[in-house]
Design a protein. Structure first.
Length: 224
């Protein structure tokens, strides 16, 4: 069965262009020209969302934030905003990738395929992992210790999932940023450092242990 992609952009020319191109690539497509239309199409359970930021009314950032806790599929921002802070904002609001206009159709379809492959791999992983008394439920996206759930944001859990499924491996900040945020350019080291700090604090408070180790001058790893 073909993957289903939801395209959200207030410019009909863009949604029509992407619809034609992605259908030629073998995907099923849904198109919306406003946030309201996009929300109504979520019931069709898209496998990936391409989302413009600059839309009237509710913009793409607010739409992403409002649906992210309910939608786990990859969300790719497609926008004319090009500053580094714009990109960081997009990723922090729950996006998985950031593509700027004007864009290459070949690059966009390559990124779509890469995110769908990554999403399919994550779905085929074991649903529950244990580590030093922690229970990490990948399907329910929860972390618990001695029967008590430890609350994490979506992005915090994404980072935990990446490290706990690769225990003992050391990853630098750029690699973590690429894997977790889905953005293949240079990562924002300060963002990674802050997320690791928050996760460590929550885990230490709940378990009394440090599960994420800093390998000085290299990066981070999940202790086996």
């Amino acid at each position: 069965m073909a993957y289903r992609i939801l395209i959200v952009d207030d410019e009909k020319m863009i949604t029509e262009l992407l619809t034609d191109h992605l259908q030629d690539c073998g995907y099923e497509t849904l198109a919306a020209n406003s946030a309201g239309e996009a929300v109504s199409l979520l019931q069709k359970q898209p496998d990936l969302i391409i989302l413009d930021i600059n839309m009237p009314g509710m913009d793409g950032l607010e739409l992403c934030r409002s649906i992210r806790e309910h939608i786990v599929c990859p969300i790719l921002f497609l926008t004319a905003r090009v500053t580094e802070q714009d990109k960081v904002n997009g990723l922090q609001y729950g996006g998985d990738d950031y593509i700027t206009k004007p864009f290459s159709l070949n690059e966009l379809s390559a990124r779509v395929a890469a995110h769908l492959r990554r999403d399919a791999r994550s779905r085929n992983r074991p649903s529950v992992l244990t580590s030093h008394g922690l229970i990490v439920n990948l399907s329910e996206r929860t972390v618990s210790f001695q029967g008590v759930e430890i609350p994490f944001s979506k992005r915090e859990f994404d980072l935990i999932e990446f490290l706990v499924t690769n225990p003992g491996q050391v990853f630098d900040r750029e690699r973590i940023y690429e894997a977790v945020w889905g953005y293949d350019a240079e990562g924002d080291n300060n963002v990674i450092k802050e997320y690791v700090r928050k996760i460590r604090a929550k885990l230490r408070e709940a378990t009394g242990q440090d599960h994420i180790e800093t390998v000085w001058g290299v990066g981070y790893k999940w202790n086996r």
